[in-house]
Every structure is written in C-alpha cells, then in structure tokens.
Design a protein around this ligand. Structure first.
Ligand code: FES
Ligand code: FES
Length: 164
C-alpha cells in the first residue's frame, strides 16, 4: 500500500509517496538520493544511519518512513551552509583526526549535533554517552571525542546549519 507523507528535510518541505514497510533510511537513500546517511548493520546496533528527528538523534534504519510524516528531519547533507562552508562539527572532525575511513562519520556528527544543540557545554562523559550507540572501527574514539570538544565553542556561537 502506498501513502503520501510530508515532512521538513534539512529546511525543505518534502512530499513523497512511500510504502508502509519502508524505513526512513531507505526513503532517504534509495528514494531521495541522500546517501550521506549510511547503512551499516541495518538493525540498530552501529549508529551509521543516525539522523535528527524533532531534535533527537534516531537510528533511521529502525524508524518507519511513515512515522516521518509531519516531522522535522536533519541529515548530514543539511549541515553545511548554502555557501558550502562546513558546519563547525564537520570542520572539527576534519581538523582533529575524527575521520579515517569516514563510514561512521555522518552518524557520529549527527549524534554530536543533537547533543550540542541541546547542551553546548556537554562534558566528556556526556559526549561519550551521546555517542555510545555509534560504532567506529578505525579511530579508537579519542579523536572523535576531541573533535566534538574542539567544536563546542563555535557550535554555541554559530548554531550552524542552513535550517537554523
Ligand atoms: S544501520 Fe542503523 S544502527 Fe546500524
Ligand atoms: S572512521 Fe572508519 S568507522 Fe569510523
């Protein structure tokens, strides 16, 4: 069965016909072409598919697309400014070695953004807790935590992202 849903995606209104069994991850990647959001495990264990829905970090592989109706959704594609400047978190991951293969990075950054939007002065333990559901096979995590911390001041000052 096909259903039409509408939602705000990175500041743009999207209206799309979906099948009721589709996940939000499938809708984003396969239907809307937003392949920045990654599919790792496909069952809620790796965090590679993390997006922000109504300010909360969510595993889009476990979230039915039909539930997105009426929601405000942010993906990694929405973070850079319309002029092409990276969001402070993206730039900080580049500058502080938070990226190696990069597969986990969109999920790491979206989980970090949800945290810093809510609590810009989060401490190391709070950052660790926010990223506990995001798995990285490359970095050993320390550079990721440092990347988030190094971005905190700029995120608080600039509240980056074109939807803000
Ligand atoms: S792909 Fe969604 S948690 Fe792994
Ligand atoms: S940078 Fe490779 S999985 Fe994290």
């Amino acid at each position: 069965m096909t259903t039409n849903i509408s939602f705000l995606l990175n500041g743009d209104t999207i209206s799309h016909d979906i099948k009721e069994h589709w996940t939000l991850l499938y809708l984003l990647r396969e239907e809307l072409g937003l392949i920045g959001t990654k599919e790792g495990c496909g069952n809620g264990e790796c965090g590679a598919c993390t997006v922000i829905i109504d300010k909360l970090a969510v595993n889009s592989c476990l979230y039915l697309a039909i539930e997105a109706d009426g929601k405000i959704i942010e993906t990694i594609e929405g973070l850079a400014s319309t002029e092409g400047n990276l969001h402070p978190l993206q730039q900080s991951f580049v500058d502080n070695g938070g990226i190696q293969c990069g597969f986990c990075t969109p999920g790491m950054i979206m989980s970090s953004k949800a945290l810093l939007d809510e609590k810009p002065d989060a401490d190391r333990e709070e950052i660790k807790h926010a990223l506990a559901g995001n798995i990285c096979r490359c970095t050993g995590y320390i550079q990721i935590f440092e990347s988030v911390e190094a971005a905190q001041e700029k995120v608080a000052a600039n509240k980056g992202g074109k939807d803000e």
